[in-house]
Design a binder for this molecule. Structure first.
Ligand code: SF4
Ligand code: F3S
Length: 106
């Protein structure tokens, strides 16, 4: 499966959802997650993300390991998002800011 990691938080560009053939992205207040039970490992979303926030599960950096469980957990309660929408007005400012996990809204 593929995993959305920390840099999606407060960036939420949503370019990823447009290319996903199985609509496995779920939307929270300030980031997205991937449902690991639906992802078919097509890899299409990875180059679409301007924040480079999506990794194959096996390639998730050590600092981002918590997101493997977070994607699985949050995908169960957050709604599916299947169409791109406008990014937050300050998305570019948050791109690559460190320590965003504490800002994750559920
Ligand atoms: Fe969707 Fe493919 Fe990305 Fe999985 S790898 S989330 S199936 S676009
Ligand atoms: Fe997030 Fe990147 Fe998609 S910032 S919403 S994973 S395009």
């Amino acid at each position: 499966t593929y995993v959305v990691t920390e840099n999606c938080i407060k960036c939420k560009f949503t370019d990823c959802v447009d290319v996903c053939p199985v609509d496995c992205f779920h939307e929270g207040p300030n980031c997205l997650v991937i449902d690991p039970e639906e992802c078919i490992d097509c890899t299409l979303c990875v180059p679409e993300c301007p924040a480079e926030a999506i990794f194959a599960e096996d390639d998730v950096p050590d600092s981002q390991q918590a997101f493997i469980a977070l994607n699985a957990e949050l995908a169960k309660s957050w709604p599916i998002i299947s169409e791109r929408k406008e990014a937050p007005h300050d998305a570019d400012e948050w791109n690559n800011k460190p320590d965003k996990l504490k800002l994750l809204e559920r």
